[in-house]
Design a protein around this ligand. Structure first.
Ligand code: SDX
Length: 422
């Protein structure tokens, strides 16, 4: 009831998760907007790709629990699942891998882009630039209304982002760029491009490539998070797919989002010893201190992030494989987790470790520099962004995203000439 008028708003149900109030007629019927800064209770779209139950700590890609996919599947199968809605048959998997493999090289002009950056440029700055620049090279996959061009753009993005990411690392250390190899699997190819040098053979450690593949699965998609919503909003204006993914990379960079893995490792290094954990936990609880525990808390998970559990197990496997038995950062992380999870503040606010808490320790153990952590997150999330972008483009109800506002600025007033201003 508003202004004496009663209106009915339908409630829509999905296959899982909360029902939604369909407010599409609200403004026309009442002149009212809804108000939800940060979209804490707003469903921005209908989607069939990923489901999260934050209270139960459940994450499903195409209905399959993330734990099962991490344990029993691989990143190429999961990429197919996100893009096409189900796990591939053996033949579908073979064809999909071939399509990705045949697009892993980048145009020979693209290395010139890197040479315009300083060697100490943050690799995420490079990634935002070069992924967006792909649209200048692949004019045959920019027509978003052509299903075939959308599919080729999807292949190119999933295939080329690891190549561009490894090039950003090589550029930062002054080593030559390494071409992808068609005989390696996706994760092994990335590690090969990151760590091999032209002067000697390089054998990818299968334990590390398996761990990397698992990490890519865990980061592949996550419903309508900040960077995915950015990709959808950019895509809703009919921008080309490469520009949309560059927007997603930019949004992911923030330390409140994908940049948290880099920030979490820096925090563990700043804590420095278990003796200082309490000091940092107290700072995180202090309302007057902007410090937050990086790698803790989540907008949706009010239970353990199921990805963090898998990441912690993978962390122990990788450190064991690399004979790193007393990693002080892992000791601090494990101790911090125990202290935080038993602290009434964290219990009351339901703050648990998230996917970013352990990833930095694994990447550091693999010899990956901190500045590359979020780049790897972007590499993995590219397939999720592309899947969500494709779903949005194909949605018959899709229209340009254009939120409104609650205006609290100055109401209309007459212009004042500069001679009259005091
Ligand atoms: C990712 O959305 C996704 O799905 C993201 C992601 C994905 O896969 O795409 O899962 C990846 O981004 C994981 C999150 C990585 N970020 C961090 O680890 C940074 C640290 N975490 C916080 O910045 C925070 O928890 C957020 C940003 C993740 C979530 O913040 P919300 O949901 O906006 O919640 P909030 O900031 O309103 O916090 C609720 C309360 C606040 O206290 P009150 O104002 O109620 O008194 O909890 C407190 C916050 O102060 N709080 C924390 C905290 N996180 C929240 N206090 C201390 N340390 C923290 N980490």
């Amino acid at each position: 009831m508003y202004n004496g008028k009663t209106i009915e708003l339908p409630v829509l149900s999905g296959s899982c998760g909360p029902n939604v109030i369909d407010i599409r007629s609200l403004y026309n019927e009442t002149g009212l907007f809804t108000y939800d800064p940060g979209f804490t209770a707003t469903a921005s779209c209908e989607s069939k790709i990923t489901f999260i139950d934050g209270d139960e700590g459940i994450l499903l890609y195409g209905g399959y629990p993330i734990q099962d996919l991490a344990e029993k599947s691989d990143f190429m199968e999961v990429s197919y699942l996100l893009l096409y809605g189900d796990l591939p048959t053996p033949q579908q998997k073979k064809e999909f891998i071939k399509n990705i493999t045949m697009h892993t090289m980048v145009h020979e002009q693209i290395p010139s882009f890197y040479r315009g950056f300083r060697r100490d440029a943050h690799p995420m700055a490079i990634m935002v630039g070069v992924v967006g620049a792909l649209s200048a090279f692949y004019h045959d996959s920019l027509d978003i209304h052509d299903p075939r061009q959308r599919e080729i753009a999807a292949y190119r993005l999933v295939a080329k982002v690891p190549t561009l990411a490894a090039m950003a690392y090589k550029y930062s250390i002054g080593q030559p760029f390494v071409y992808p190899r068609n005989d390696l699997d996706y994760a092994s190819n990335f590690l090969h491009m990151m760590f091999s040098v032209p002067t000697e053979p390089y054998e990818v450690n299968p334990i590390l490539s398996e761990a990397m593949d698992k990490i890519l699965i865990l980061h592949a998609d996550h419903e309508q998070n900040a960077s995915t919503s950015t990709v959808r909003l950019a895509g809703s204006s009919a921008a080309n797919p490469f520009a949309c993914m560059a927007a997603g990379i930019a949004a992911l960079w923030g330390p409140a989002h994908g940049g948290a893995n880099e920030a979490a490792l820096a925090m563990l290094q700043e804590i420095g010893s278990p003796a200082r954990i309490k000091e940092f936990v107290n700072r995180a609880k202090d309302k007057n201190d902007p410090f937050r525990l990086m790698g803790f808390g989540h907008r949706v998970y009010k239970n353990y992030d199921p990805r963090a559990t898998v990441m912690r197990e993978t962390c122990h496997q990788v450190l064991k494989e690399l004979n790193i038995h007393d990693d002080p950062l892992l000791d601090i992380a494990m101790e911090l987790e125990q202290i935080a999870l038993s602290d009434p503040y964290f219990i009351e606010k339901k703050l648990y470790p998230n996917v970013d808490f352990y990833s930095g320790i694994i990447f550091k153990a693999m010899g990956i520099p901190t500045s590359m952590f979020t780049v790897i997150f972007a590499l993995a999330r590219t397939v999720g962004w592309v899947a969500q972008w494709k779903e949005m483009i194909c949605d018959p109800l899709q229209k340009i995203g254009r939120p409104r506002q609650l205006y609290t600025g100055v109401a209309q007033r007459p212009f004042v000439d500069i001679t009259e201003r005091r």
